[in-house]
Structures are given as structure tokens and as C-alpha cells.
Ligand binder design. Sequence first.
Ligand SMILES: [Zn+2]
Length: 278
Amino acid sequence: MKGFWKTALGLLVARPLIAIAIAAAVVGLLLLRSHRQKTPVTHRAQHVELTDQQQMQLGSQQYAKTLREDRARIVSSGPDYAQVQRVARRIEAVAARDKPRFVWKVTLLRKKEANAYCLPGGKIVVYTGILPLVGNNAGLATVLGHEVAHATAEHAAERIEREHLTRVAASIIAGGVAVTPAQYVHVVALLGVGGEAASLRFSRSQESEADHIGLVYMARAGYDPRLAVGFWGRMLRASKGKQPPEFASDHPSDEHRIARIKGWLPEAERAYRPAPSS
Ligand SMILES: [Zn+2]
């Protein structure tokens, strides 16, 4: 009997450790074997540990948090809302061919910054401040194509992996085990959210790849890709001397960016099928 109590007591004492062990096992299970795959359009071989499902969970958590915090700013009617929904739907339909499991959704927030982003898994946020700058539907399609490309090419997951934060991301998904606030902030910054942590966001090569994929996406969605060149020119002039928004951030030179976009135009034009109305 003495041995029994000793064992039971031992189990009780060990309970926090058991809880940690179970949590660690859950996190371990969430981390499926990393797999090799290719990015859409550019066909770059990449290596991503977080699954589509995990990326969706991570993105959805962040999306829910954003919508909670900015509930009063959500625009849900009017011409701006209608335009964003209409253009986003066409870009999403194209992106869904590359990522059929992602659940695509766009929310327009009343904010003065010219910004837009797409979270891993397909949740898009657009600020009203970007609308005067995009000018037309093709301009908006250029921005959305670029943002959505970051999600289909799994750029956030790549960065999370490169910074050895996959386990932290997985524990956020599992319910916040063994995550310090600093680690949490780091992962959120890598998701590409907001404007506070610009230095932590996508790499230059990922930005360039998003330009390339985005250009082809807008063409596939029925928007003339040649209009992207004028758009980027306007954008880069408008953002001179200011904190650059996501889609204009971290580029070595504006001129190089435009030159590269022109280089991808023939490929995009081959993908272009004009839509009855744009
Ligand atoms: Zn970008």
C-alpha cells in the first residue's frame, strides 16, 4: 500500500511535467515531416514544414484577432466595399487553383494607411487608404495579386522556418504552450501583419517573386497586366520618403522593380484573357 501511495504521489507531483510532455507531443504531431514542393508560376523548389492546414490555422487566428481589434473599422457596404469584394473574388478564384484548400476571404478596414496584406491560408485585409492610390480595378488587382502570391507561395511559412520558429508557430496553433510574448510577436511579424515590424517581413527575393506571381495572377483573373507597370510607378512615387506599405517594402530600387516587372510581361500577357467587364 505504501508503494501505491508513493507512486500516486509521484504522479501528482509529476503532473505539470506530464502536461508539458503531452503538449510537446501535440506540437510534435502538428509538425508533420517537412516536404519539398514548388512555388506556383515561378516553379521554385521550396521546403516548408508548416502544412496548409497549419498555415490556415495560424492565419485564421491572426485574422480573428485583427477583426476583433478593428471591429469598428470594418467596411461592409458601399462602392469601396463592392469594388474590393469584386476584384478580390476574381483574384481569389485564380489563387484557389494553386491552393484549393485555403479559404479565401477579404475584409476592408477603414484606415488611412495605404496597405493591404494576405495572411497565410488566404485571409486578406485591405485598408481604405490604398484605394485612392490604386486608381482602378487593374491597380487593385495588382496589389491583391501580389499579396495573395505571398500566401500561395507560402512565404510566411518559409520565413518562420528560416528563423527556427516553426515549433513556436506550432505551439501557437496548439494553444499557446511554451511561447514567450517575444516569440509570439516575432511569429506575428513574420505573418506579415500591420506596419510595425517591416524589417521582419518578407525577403527581397520573396517580394520579387510575389511581383512575378501576382502579375500572372492578375492576367489570369482578366486584368491587363500592362496596367501593373503604370500602377507600380504611381505607387513608388507616392511612397517616396514615407514608411513604405507592405507591397512597396524592402526593394533595392524602384527602377529595378519596374524593369523586372516589364521582363515578366510577355509571360503574363500569354496568360491574359480579357474579362467581359473589369
Ligand atoms: Zn509583398
